[in-house]
Design a protein around this ligand. Structure first.
Ligand code: NAD
Length: 382
C-alpha cells in the first residue's frame, strides 16, 4: 500500500513509518518539524539524541535499501496537503501530526488557540483533501482515550446503545475530555464522523491510550534511527517520565492521590495497531472507532512498578504525591473495551518488569542529557 505518515518525525510516527516500510509498504512522511521547535521553546529535549529527519531516512535507505520520501510542510496549509495527496495518491493516510500535550494546551490562551487551530484545521484539511483528491483513501486518525474522560460506566469503542423513553438507538459514546488538547481530538472526531456521512470517505479513529517505551525492532537497528523519548513535565508521559526520574535521583511525581486510571500500550503495539487498521480499511462512508490500548493502570500503580525495578537496578526513588496541577478525578471507576484491534490480530506486548528494565537501561546511557528542572509539572489547569 502507499501510506502517508503525517507526523512521521514524532515519537509514534517515526517508528510507525519504519515499521510499515519494513513490512513492504511504500511510505512517505509529512511533518513540519514543529515538535523540534517546541523543544526549543520549552528549553527541553529528548533524552535520546535524535538525528535530523533527512539523516534518519538516508540511514534507513542505506541499511535496508528502502526509500521513505519526506514532505516538509504544515497540514494547516491546504495547498501543501493537496499537493502531497496528488503526488502520492495514498491508499491510507495515517494522521499523527497534531499538538499532543495536554499541559502544553493549558499554558495560556496562545497555546490553547495554537493547539486547537493546529489540530482542528490540519485535520479538516486532511479530510477535505481526501474528498477532493483521493476519495477512496482510508484516513487512519489518532484520537485518544482521553476523549471519553472517566465516566461512571464502562467505556465502549466509540458507540453506545441507549434506551431512552422507550426508544433505542446506537449513539456516539459521550465525550468528557479533560484539557483543551483532548477537546481538540473530540472536535476532530466529530468533524471526521460528519465528513464520512456527507462525503462517504472512510475513516478509523484510533482512541489511543498513553504510549510507553521507545524502541522497536527498526529503531534499534542504528543510533541514527533512535526514537525520541520525552521526560519533561509538559510532554513526558507517565511511566517514561517515572523511569527517567528514578535514574536521576528524583522522586517519582505522582499527581494527587494517584488513583487516576488510564489505558496504556507499548510503542511496539502502536505500530502494529496502525498496520492492522491500514490493512483492514473502513468501508466507504464508515466512521469506525477502535480503542487502542492493551492494559489499564493507575498512576500510583505505575509508580510502584517503576520503583520496584529501579531498586533492583541500584536506584532508590521515593514516590512523591504532588498537589495535582490538573483538574481531574483522583479516585474513580474505570473500565474500557478494547476488543476490536485484538479481533483483527493484535497480540499485545504487556508491561512487565523486564520491559521497564529495558527502558531504564537505555535511559541510563543518556541520563547526562536530562535537564532536571524540566521534570516537575510547570503548567496548572486552574
Ligand atoms: P509528537 O509530538 O512526538 O509527534 C507529532 C508530530 O507531528 C511531530 O513530529 C510534529 O512536528 C508533527 N506536527 C504537529 N503539527 C503538525 C502540522 N500542523 N503539520 C505537520 N506536522 C505537524 O507526538 P506523538 O507522541 O508521536 O503523538 C502522535 C499522535 O498520537 C498525536 O496525534 C497524539 O495526540 C496521539 N497520541 C499520542 C499518545 C502518546 O502517548 N504519545 C497517546 C494518545 C494519542
Amino acid at each position: 500500500m502507499n501510506i502517508i505518515v503525517a507526523g512521521g518525525d514524532g515519537f509514534c510516527g517515526w517508528p510507525t513509518a519504519l515499521y510499515l516500510s519494513n513490512k513492504g509498504h511504500d511510505v512517505s512522511i509529512l511533518d513540519n518539524m514543529v515538535r523540534r521547535d517546541i523543544d526549543n521553546e520549552l528549553h527541553s529535549n529528548s533524552i535520546t539524541p535524535i538525528a535530523d529527519l533527512e539523516e534518519r531516512v538516508a540511514k534507513w535507505k542505506e541499511l535496508t535499501g528502502k526509500e521513505i520520501r519526506v514532505y516538509e510542510g504544515d497540514l494547516t496549509h491546504y495547498d501543501f496537503v493537496k499537493q502531497v495527496l496528488k503526488l502520492e495518491q495514498p491508499d491510507a493516510f495515517v494522521h499523527f501530526a497534531e499538538q499532543r500535550s495536554a499541559p502544553y494546551s493549558m499554558i495560556d490562551l496562545d497555546h490553547i488557540v495554537y493547539t486547537q487551530t493546529n489540530n482542528v484545521v490540519g485535520n479538516l484539511n486532511v479530510i477535505y483533501g481526501i474528498k477532493e483528491v483521493v476519495p477512496d483513501c482510508h484516513l487512519v486518525k489518532l484520537g485518544t482515550m482521553g476523549e471519553y474522560g472517566t465516566p461512571n460506566i464502562p467505556i465502549e469503542e466509540g458507540y453506545l446503545e441507549v434506551e431512552h423513553k422507550g426508544r433505542k438507538d446506537v449513539l456516539p459514546f459521550p465525550k468528557q475530555p479533560g484539557s483543551f488538547y483532548h477537546l481538540s481530538k473530540v472536535h476532530d472526531s466529530h468533524n471526521i464522523m460528519f465528513a464520512c456521512k456527507i462525503w462517504g470517505i472512510r475513516a478509523t479513529d484510533l482512541n489511543q491510550g498513553i504510549v510507553y517505551g521507545l524502541d522497536t525492532e527498526e529503531t534499534k537497528m542504528d543510533p541514527v534511527l533512535a526514537n525520541r523519548l520525552d521526560y519533561d513535565g509538559v510532554f513526558g508521559t507517565a511511566l517514561n517520565r517515572f523511569i527517567i526520574q528514578s535514574t536521576i535521583g528524583h522522586d517519582l511525581t505522582v499527581y494527587g492521590k494517584g488513583g487516576q486510571t488510564r489505558g496504556f500500550l507499548s510503542i511496539k503495539d502502536t505500530v502494529r495497531c496502525i498496520e492492522i487498521a491500514a490493512e483492514n480499511p473502513a468501508d466507504r462512508g464508515e466512521f469506525r472507532v477502535f480503542n487502542q490500548f492493551t492494559e489499564d493502570f493507575s498512576v500510583q500503580g505505575l509508580a510502584e512498578k517503576v520503583q520496584k525495578v529501579a531498586k533492583e537496578e541500584g536506584f532508590n526513588p521515593e514516590i512523591a504525591h504532588l498537589d495535582n496541577p490538573r483538574v481531574e478525578l483522583e479516585d474513580h471507576f474505570y473500565a474500557a473495551e478494547n476488543t476490536k484491534l485484538k479481533d483483527l490480530g493484535l497480540e499485545p506486548h504487556l508491561l512487565d518488569d523486564e520491559v521497564i528494565r529495558e527502558i531504564l537501561q537505555t535511559v541510563v546511557k543518556h541520563k547526562d542529557r536530562v535537564i532536571e528542572e524540566n521534570v516537575m509539572p510547570q503548567v496548572s489547569w486552574k
